[in-house]
Design a protein around this ligand. Structure first.
Ligand code: 6PG
Length: 251
């Protein structure tokens, strides 16, 4: 596992632009090399500005959208039109605005029974990635965020999914939120060719420090799973989120 790259930019707006550049760069390289690119989108609020930029010039014209295969790193157990839905936000800000073939947009079915939704999403991954039994999908890019509590995707502190070593996707009970979430598991995340973690705001600074530089304690800071990543990990932070890092590299 190589050391993560930490890129610090002044503010959230610059972060969205830097992220749009990085996503475009990864997508173009993957399309050039293999004719398609597989990307798992993150949820929450941070990626909203990124998705909006990708739908606009110049990024819009830089990506061959018909070669994109879109997935999610996690999803709330709500219908796709629910304000809490990660799919809904991505659809509003990006997917409804670019010509990705509908059959290449693979949302997690938050409206279904969570265990069934997890199983059906695993079947989608096995089909699209043509996985042999026991193999892990290797996403070209997995976008992630980090919570102030150190969670990423929907791998929350102290939850069962943190210990999953066989499944690709699980329904994870999250007592802290009194809900169940659908999430890719740690082995899938760590198998990705590229992981890009976006974090902005002072409320993320302590979690970012724990994730990157803190003593290993996956139960307390699940984002530390990225230390076991087999691909490249880039933390793209604004100055506020990077403030507690020992020696944040300013880019
Ligand atoms: C979700 C996300 C989650 C998110 C973090 C940060 O479904 O909420 O996948 O992991 O990335 O909670 O969320 P914000 O970007 O809203 O701070």
């Amino acid at each position: 596992m190589s050391e993560p790259r930490v890129q610090v930019v002044p503010d959230a707006e610059t972060l969205a632009r830097a992220a749009a550049d990085r996503v475009t760069e990864i997508a173009r390289a993957a399309i050039e090399a293999q004719g398609r690119v597989t990307i798992a989108l993150s949820g929450g609020s941070t990626p909203r500005a990124l998705f909006r930029l990708l739908s606009q010039e110049p990024w819009r014209e830089w990506i061959d959208w018909e070669r994109l295969y879109v997935f999610w790193g996690d999803e709330r157990t709500v219908p796709p039109d629910d304000p809490e839905s990660n799919y809904r936000m991505a659809h509003e800000e990006l997917l409804a605005r670019v010509p990705i073939p509908a059959g290449q947009i693979h949302r997690m079915r938050g409206e279904d029974d969570p265990s069934e939704a997890a199983r059906s999403y695993e079947a989608v991954l096995r089909e699209v990635f043509a996985l042999a039994p026991g193999a892990w999908p290797r996403f070209d890019l997995i976008l992630l965020g980090i919570g102030a509590d150190g969670h990423t995707a929907s791998l929350f502190p102290g939850t069962a999914a943190l210990h999953e070593t066989e499944r690709l996707v699980v329904a994870n009970e999250v007592p802290q939120l009194s809900t169940t979430r659908l999430t890719l598991t740690a082995p899938v995340i760590t198998a990705a060719a590229q992981v890009l973690v976006l974090a902005a705001g002072a409320d993320k600074a302590d979690a970012v420090r724990r994730a990157i530089a803190g003593p290993r304690d996956l139960e307390e800071t699940p984002s530390q799973l990225l230390r076991d990543a087999r691909g490249e990990v880039t933390w793209l932070l604004d100055e506020a989120a990077a403030a507690d890092l020992p020696e944040a590299d300013d880019d």
